[in-house]
Design a protein around this ligand. Structure first.
Ligand code: DP6
Length: 362
């Protein structure tokens, strides 16, 4: 595993300083989807995402010396000030897995306080923002204690690597604007172990790209992403999917570099629907699209055809839609969302988001 070799130096000798660190880290929306993994959270195909702005997690990591470390991490977790046993367990397991990378965490009591900018039950996946925020906190803790990681590429790369071990998609939330995760000959320095920034050399103005997240249903998913990934191990279309994802990535990168919005829209919609085609054709099948998801897809395509507005959709493993569009189309699209599409959203709920500058330390 990366970072384990040099980890032997990361043990505090003598007095253990206490401290705390807070990071705010956003969610991301994959345009080329990660679906299927192997080994220790390694992706079966490269994925590319836009980093969001308004949907984020804020996490504080408070660390204080432990009296008598007994092996394993000692931690507590509060979400919105309340205990959350299911999440606490996942984080405890995650931290225990990270001790070969961060041996010093066993010397400390770790208290994690977390909150999301979006409602927990909105149906918006929070693992990307939550795991990236925590990974950044751990890297900052390392830097505070050992002065090893300046706020530069090596810091981000390690944070991305550590975030990946918590949730694959989380490794892409570390960078501003856009990120690519997965080894591909198309992007220098790309890796299966961590994501790399993709915001440069792109002719589409990502700074001002918008994402209206339409909440079709806020009900938690019956099937977790982890289980869905697992189903790809025996999926009859798996090999064709990984090949298609690579081809779609090539075309998307070309479209981004040329500034070809129409092509970008076509590829992204194709990817979103391909993900659901895989879900529907899994055994047992995972049918997450709802009648209102389909209705909104039809209305968006009709709107695009009749108004010429370059708006398109993406969908993750759930029923909710991300409507993506450049800032120049914002007024018309937002009127369309509030005037027409909100009717198909649960209690009219949608989140006005957009591409953002990535995580910030508070
Ligand atoms: C459909 O990152 O949630 O959102 O690695 O098991 O935590 P784990 O899975 P996760 O999968 C995300 C899948 C997706 C597509 C994507 O974000 O690329």
């Amino acid at each position: 595993m990366l970072y384990t070799q040099e980890a032997s130096k990361l043990v505090v000798k003598g007095d253990l300083p206490a401290g705390s660190v807070t990071w705010q880290s956003p969610s991301n929306i994959a345009l080329i989807k990660y679906w299927g993994k192997h080994g220790d959270q390694l992706p079966n195909n490269p994925s590319l995402s836009l980093t969001l702005k308004n949907a984020y997690t804020q996490s504080t990591l408070i660390y204080a010396p432990r009296d008598a470390p007994t092996g394993g991490v000692a931690m507590s977790f509060l979400f919105d000030g309340q205990p959350m046993p299911a999440f606490q367990e996942r984080i405890e397991q995650y931290l225990n897995r990270l001790t070969p990378i961060f041996p010093f965490i066993e010397q400390y009591q770790l208290d994690i306080r977390s909150r999301n900018s979006f409602p927990h039950s909105s149906g918006i996946a929070s693992s990307a923002s939550a795991m990236s925020a925590l990974a950044l906190c751990l890297c900052s803790m390392e830097h505070e204690l050992f002065n090893t990681l300046e706020e530069n590429n090596s810091f981000r790369r390690k944070a991305s690597h550590v975030a990946r071990l918590g949730s694959g998609s989380a490794c892409r939330s570390i960078y501003s604007k856009a990120a690519l995760w997965g080894k591909t000959g198309l992007v220098e320095n790309s890796s299966d172990e961590y994501a790399v920034p993709m915001g440069e050399g792109i002719r589409i103005t990502l700074d001002d790209f918008r994402d209206a997240i339409l909440i079709i249903s806020s009900r938690p998913k019956a099937t977790s992403s982890s289980l869905g990934h697992q189903m790809m191990d025996t999926h009859p279309f798996a090999a064709a999917r990984y090949e298609a994802a690579r081809k779609n990535l090539l075309h998307l990168i070309e479209a981004l570099r040329k500034g070809d919005l129409d092509h970008m829209a076509m590829i992204c919609e194709h990817e979103a629907l391909s993900l659901h085609a895989l879900l529907i054709s899994s055994q047992p099948d995972i049918l997450l699209l709802q009648p209102n998801t389909i209705k909104v897809i039809q209305l968006v395509r009709e709107f695009r055809r009749t108004t010429g507005n370059p708006v398109f959709f993406s969908i993750d493993a759930g029923p909710n839609l991300h409507l993506l569009y450049p800032g120049s189309a914002a007024e018309e699209v937002e009127n369309f969302v509030t005037g027409v599409l909100a009717e198909y959203c649960e209690e009219g709920a949608w989140i006005n988001d957009g591409v953002g500058p990535g995580p910030v330390q508070l």
